[in-house]
Design a protein around this ligand. Sequence first.
Ligand SMILES: NC(=O)c1ccc[n+]([C@@H]2O[C@H](COP(=O)([O-])OP(=O)(O)OC[C@H]3O[C@@H](n4cnc5c(N)ncnc54)[C@H](O)[C@@H]3O)[C@@H](O)[C@H]2O)c1
Length: 270
Amino acid sequence: MTEGPLLNRLLITGAAGQLGRMARQKARPLARHIRLSDVADLAPADDHEEIVSCDLGDKEAVSALVEGCDGILHLGGISVEDHFSKILNSNIVGVFNLYEAARHHGMPRIIFASSNHAIGFHKQDVQLDASAMMRPDGLYGVSKCYGENMASLYHDKFGQETLIVRIGSCTPEPRDHRMLATWLSEDDFISLITCAFRAPRLGCPVVYGASNNDACWWDNGAAKYLGWCPKDNSEEFRTKLDREQQRPDPNDARSLYQGGVFTEDPIYPD
Ligand SMILES: NC(=O)c1ccc[n+]([C@@H]2O[C@H](COP(=O)([O-])OP(=O)(O)OC[C@H]3O[C@@H](n4cnc5c(N)ncnc54)[C@H](O)[C@@H]3O)[C@@H](O)[C@H]2O)c1
C-alpha cells in the first residue's frame, strides 16, 4: 500500500534561506500543500505551494501565517552571530509569536531548527546527550537556547509537540575538518523531519542533527523511539579535505570547541 502525504499543509519559515530552499524541494512529498514564508523574496509558487511574506516579529502576521497548517518546519531567523537587535526580533520575539500562533491554531507539530551553537562551548572531546548543559557560544546560541526553552514550556504547559534539532552543519558536503563531526546530510535531515511528523507520539525531544559520521560528539539514544537512522557518513570526504586543507592547530578554537570559531565572535554593538 502506498502512503499518502503525512500532512495537509506544511508551513516552512525561512523558506528563502539555504535550508529552506533545500526543504522546499526535498520535503515536497510530506504534504499536499506547502506554505512558504520569509521576509526575503521567494521564487514563484508551484501548484502545490503558497507564498506568504511575513516578518516573524509581527505577531498578527505570524498568527495568520500559521492558521490552517498542520505542521511547521521553523527555519526562519538569524542563523549566525549578529547584532542583538536583529536576533531579538527574529529569534526571540519571532519564536514567541510562532508558539502563540501555534497554540491558537490547533497546535501543529513544530520542527524547531536549533543549533550546535546552543552547546558550542563544550569541548570537542566531550560526548553530549540530550541532557547536556546548554553552553551557548554567542548571542545567536543564546537565542537558540531560548527557543528550546520556549518549546519545552509550551510542551509542559499546553502539550505542544516540538522536535528540537540541534543542527550541526547541514551542507551538501563537509567544508572543513570540524564538520566531519557536525555534518548532517540534506537527506538525513529530511528523513529526521519525516520521522518527527510520522511518530505516533513526538513529545519534545532534543536531537543532535548529525549524520552517521565516524567522528561523533553526540548521542541521540534518548530519541531512539523516533526511529531515525541517519545513513550518510562524512568519512567519505576526509581524504578530499586532508588534500585540500590543513588540519587546524590543536589549540585553535576549530579543534577545541564544538562550536568552533563561533566561540571567538565578539558581541556586536547595536
Ligand atoms: N545551515 C545549517 O547548517 C544550520 C546549522 C545550525 C542551525 N541552523 C538553523 O537552521 C535554520 C535555517 O538555516 P539556514 O542555513 O537556512 O539559514 P539562512 O540564514 O540561509 O536562512 C534563514 C532565513 O530566515 C529568514 N529570516 C530571518 N529573519 C526573519 C524574520 N524576522 N522574519 C522572517 N524571515 C526571517 C531569512 O531571510 C533567511 O531566508 C536557522 O534557524 C539556523 O539557525 C542551520
